[in-house]
Design a protein around this ligand. Structure first.
Ligand SMILES: Cc1cc2nc3c(=O)[nH]c(=O)nc-3n(C[C@H](O)[C@H](O)[C@H](O)COP(=O)(O)OP(=O)(O)OC[C@H]3O[C@@H](n4cnc5c(N)ncnc54)[C@H](O)[C@@H]3O)c2cc1C
Length: 310
């Protein structure tokens, strides 16, 4: 006998929406979140593209709204509970939590989101928290009137560079190419902002400093020459990797951990559904995460119904 019908791992937009739909389907669903609810949006300054909110919405406001709505229908939400290991049994899934306890379920929705890819250069690890950051919302205010660097050319990098101009005197955007991948509207804002300086065709090679960041060494990809940018902060946005170590060996995934699952969220492991940013998909946004969450809950409900018939 399992502890619950459905276990949801991750309290971001995908997990909380899965919980809302599962609770409304009258499943006994439990959601585990290792930190605060809301996932990545909790650290996103403003959302301008989530339909239904014409005014810019603080990311931190949306998570509690998702949670409240799911709880109103009876979702069992458990904060600060980290799933540490996962096993598949004949009757379902067994999850070992970081606190030593265990919970079993007949079906499982994995919605653990992503984490930032590291540069892997000297200084990155030892200067993390003292100048090296992956979160502008969390750390931007420490760099008031300072000179900083943002690494990357995608939407997140450019949006965060724009946000950081509220504090920093100058934001150097270091990009390995001479064009950006960010949406046009985001690019236009960045090009119009005189606090942003683009360092095209350069890659970071080392972050300098002993107990704080004192400079960023960058290399020209065409000429091979290196120079040092006089920055005290380095914000890194060069891509994401899925938080799916738990699922290794259970489901098919690519080399960055993104799970092979189609729009129906069905994985190669029966009874295990993948929702949100962990899934292989062309667009990772709140709107696609909530869509996945809803679909995964409905697919899990159907799976459980079929189990009941057997
Ligand atoms: C800087 C930045 C800006 C963004 N701006 C926008 C934007 O403007 N508009 C937009 O639509 N999208 C934006 N996004 C993308 C959006 O935030 C994501 O697409 C969305 O949050 C994905 O939802 P998710 O539920 O799949 O994963 P996440 O939001 O990543 O949530 C996953 C949750 O799972 C938890 N978790 C992980 N492992 C475990 C475990 N073992 N046990 C328990 N819990 C676990 C994590 O703590 C996390 O809370 C932005 C993202 C970033 C990083």
């Amino acid at each position: 006998m399992s502890d619950c019908d459905l276990l949801i791992l991750g309290g971001g937009p995908a997990g909380l929406t899965a919980g809302l739909y599962a609770a409304r389907a009258r499943l006994h669903a439990v959601l585990l979140e290792r930190m605060m609810m809301g996932g990545q949006i909790a650290t996103t300054e403003t959302l301008e593209n989530y339909p239904g909110f014409p005014e810019p919405l603080a990311g931190a406001e949306l998570g509690p709204l998702f949670e409240k709505q799911a709880q109103q229908f009876g979702l069992d939400v458990r904060r600060f509970q980290e799933a540490a290991a996962l096993e598949r049994h004949e009757s379902g899934f067994s999850v070992a939590l970081a606190d030593g306890s265990r919970i079993t379920a007949r079906a499982l929705i994995a919605a653990m989101g992503t984490e930032w890819v590291k540069l892997g250069i000297p200084g990155e690890d030892n200067l993390r928290g003292v100048g090296v950051s992956y979160c502008a919302t969390c750390d931007g205010a420490f760099f008031r009137d300072q000179e900083i660097a943002v690494i990357g050319g995608g939407n997140s990098a450019i949006e965060e560079a724009l946000f950081l101009t509220k504090f920093a005197r100058r934001v150097h955007v270091v990009h390995r190419r001479d064009t950006l991948r960010a949406e046009r509207i985001v690019q236009e804002r960045a090009f119009a902002n005189d606090r942003i300086a683009f360092v095209w065709n350069h890659v970071p090679v080392a972050i300098r400093g002993e107990s704080a960041v004192e400079g960023l060494e960058v290399r020209d990809v065409n000429r091979g020459e290196t120079t040092v940018l006089p920055v005290t902060g380095v914000f890194i946005y060069i891509g994401m990797r899925a938080n799916t170590a738990l699922l290794q060996g259970l489901v098919a995934m690519d080399d960055r951990g993104f799970v092979a699952a189609g729009e129906d969220t069905v994985t190669t492991c029966p009874g295990l559904f993948a929702a949100g940013d962990i899934r292989q998909k062309p667009l990772r946004q709140v709107v696609t995460a909530v869509s996945d969450g809803a679909v995964a809950a409905v697919m899990a409900e159907k799976y459980l119904e079929n189990l009941g018939d057997e």
